[in-house]
Design a protein around this ligand. Sequence first.
Ligand code: 5GP
Length: 193
Amino acid sequence: MRGRLVVVSGPSGAGKSTLIKEALAEVPELAYSVSATTRPPREGEVDGRDYFFLSRGEFERRISEGSFLEWAEYSGNLYGTPEHPVEESLESGHSVILEIELQGARKVHEKRPDAVMVFVRAPSIEETQRRLEGRATETPEALEQRMTTALTELRALEEFDVEVVNGDRGVSREKFIETLREIVRGGSDAERA
Ligand code: 5GP
């Protein structure tokens, strides 16, 4: 049986990456899709594990070759999902999780209408801002841009199948993991949740 494609999106600062890291440890059947980006690595990030860090020229070459399932420009950098590894995993029966921003999520939804769309958000705007500031890896301008984008992205909620409010850590984590388990099992309950 073919695996399911799971798209996790939502505003920057919602805590998607942490939730996904925890979920991958709990749901080993799930494969994580490593994206490509032109953004420089942050401290501690490893090429090939967190992202494939590419020059803009190399990224553009891969766009023209059609190597991406989707790609988007976000906060001045390009981000994209390499299609081949995703296809291989799905073919071999593994479900695949993509953590991508909204424009990319919409493209995947169009191309693969059977993808399960999961929206993760912080409990409030204030909390989103607090988390973005707490990260302290961006310049004030980049932070402001991310905050503006986060506000726009919040309006996209209705396009998604599942909403996870990442506030009360325990509850959101459990809901997220349970949703992924159902998807991996091939249940359709996740989509009705
Ligand atoms: P960051 O720079 O904080 O790692 O990521 C910025 C945003 O880009 C996040 O919302 C993240 O989910 C998104 N992103 C990461 N990889 C991809 C990708 O392959 N495609 C798209 N469209 N967005 C991505």
